[in-house]
Design a protein around this ligand. Structure first.
Ligand SMILES: C[S@@+](CC[C@H](N)C(=O)[O-])C[C@H]1O[C@@H](n2cnc3c(N)ncnc32)[C@H](O)[C@@H]1O
Length: 323
């Protein structure tokens, strides 16, 4: 009980420090990892069901069409393995694969990692009900922190899932550092299974982050509401506007919150001044070409074993191996 409270206080301290740093910067920014509180998790589930957010259906299509092939690739030597998933969320697509592995009585531990304790708790609850035989070993934490603990594994083969184009939330340097870090922790024969949104019609991409019902806007506003709720900020959310942009040259889809007026915001005894239309950058969702993705694999020490596409070729699940 006390341990849980202590963990909560440390998490909130980090959240406050990061927000204060981001708002003090010349170009204001807040990390997208703070989108995911209980409210943010629920809004993201709505986003996944939107017609405009094609990413979920595309990746689900890949899982449904290739599940037996994927299971064979994950379990070639009939040895028990660890299925580690970074940023598991509600596990909607992963469940297709988990069922397939369980149906074939393949022995594995499922190790979902997520910054949101709420997401992990809900995932555990639903999996206990839907797949009571599954061995579930959830870990709460930031990707980069948990990565450092991966070394303490149980000697089994590791298969790492990183789905939903979560890699797109990283800058180029962060993506390189993340995949290299994973590769350093893995052993020959281990796999990274990475789901990535591909470059396509810019109009289609932009709509996924700026839907007609305003759900993606609400996701962005919730970040300010969360700062007010958890850190005692006084953002007047009505005075900010959701502003996504997509640049086909860099492949970067960026979301920002623009201050509609000149205003001041108080947080933790500090005052932050906003000029009219000044942005707070909140999210990057980078789109890749297949070539860029393969370059990333190579530079991080992986060999591309297989690329699986959805019927529209919007999305790729690329399977990388340590050789
Ligand atoms: C966009 S959702 C995708 C969920 C799932 N992978 C899917 O494809 O549907 C991102 C998930 O990653 C988690 N997440 C975001 N940033 C994180 C970080 N830095 N460390 C750990 N988890 C993170 C969020 O809490 C959320 O559940």
């Amino acid at each position: 009980m006390f341990e849980t409270i202590e963990k909560e206080i440390i998490k909130n301290k980090q959240f406050l420090t990061d927000v204060l740093d981001g708002l003090s910067s010349d170009s204001k920014h807040i990390s997208s990892k703070y989108f995911y509180d209980k409210k943010g998790d629920a809004i993201f589930q709505q986003i996944m069901h939107m017609d405009e957010y094609y990413l979920t259906n595309a990746e689900l299509d890949i899982f449904e069409s290739h599940k037996s092939e994927i299971a064979r690739i994950f379990f070639p030597e009939q040895q028990p393995f660890n299925l580690i998933e970074f940023g598991a969320g509600d596990g909607m697509k992963t469940k297709v694969l988990l069922k397939e592995l369980l149906n074939h009585e393949i022995p594995f531990d499922y190790v979902p990692i997520d910054i949101s304790q709420n997401a992990l708790d809900q995932l555990h609850q639903s999996l206990t009900k839907e797949m009571p035989d599954l061995s579930f070993k959830g870990i709460q934490g930031d990707y980069f922190e948990v990565l450092n603990k991966l070394k303490e594994s149980n000697g089994r083969r590791n298969v790492v899932l990183f789905l939903g184009s979560n890699i797109g939330n990283f800058t180029n340097d962060e993506a390189q550092s993340f995949t290299s870090n994973i590769s350093n922790k893995l052993n020959p024969g281990d796999l990274l299974f990475i789901g990535v949104d591909l470059k396509k019609d810019p109009k289609k991409i932009l709509l996924a982050y700026n839907d007609s019902k305003g759900i993606t806007a609400e996701f962005n506003y919730n970040l300010l509401r969360r700062i007010n709720r958890e850190l005692g900020g006084n953002f007047d959310v009505e005075q900010f506007e959701h502003h996504p942009t997509y640049d086909p040259v860099t492949g970067e889809c960026k979301s920002a919150l623009l201050s509609k007026i000149e205003q001041e915001v108080e947080l933790d005894g500090q005052t932050f001044h906003f000029a009219e239309w000044e942005p707070i950058h909140t999210e990057i969702s980078r789109k890749y070409s297949l070539k860029q993705l393969h370059q990333l694999a190579k530079k991080s020490g992986f060999e591309v074993k297989k690329d699986l596409f959805d019927a529209n070729q919007y999305f790729v699940d690329s399977i990388w191996e340590i050789v």
